[in-house]
Design a protein around this ligand. Sequence first.
Ligand SMILES: [Fe+2]
Ligand SMILES: [Fe+2]
Length: 155
Amino acid sequence: MKRHPSLQPLSRDHHEALLQVQMLRSAAEGSPDDRRVARVSFRDLWDGWFRDHLDLEERRLPPLIPAAGDVDRLRKEHDDIRFLAEEFVRGAAEAEPAGALMLRLAERLHDHIRWEERQLFPAIEQATGEEKLRSLGVETKIAEAGRPRSCRPKP
Ligand SMILES: [Fe+2]
Ligand SMILES: [Fe+2]
């Protein structure tokens, strides 16, 4: 099923984040310099807009999520990602990032995004009326306008 337009900006965020997941995975197995470069790149994403992505989802999605357990899961997984991401990006510039931490962060991000795309978003699309989805779409579109993209969606 095609993603509802109101959720498409969040899905494009996911696409960008998954590119970082790939980078984290390969750098984790690479040299100390590879890992430092990956940290700078991830920090741009994290400080630049991915923290906002999590905040926006927590602010706007819970009223649209049909199963209470999924709201808890969303918050819990976001907290895990925040904890790991902060630990990773706040390392001193000269310090060598730990490959194990990078892999853990990559797995959490990957699994969370896959859950949202395969289960949570379809559940929201099924349960939510057009009017509420449209109102969500106003906010997701505004958020997206301020985000860097490796490839821009067509207007
Ligand atoms: Fe999320
Ligand atoms: Fe998300």
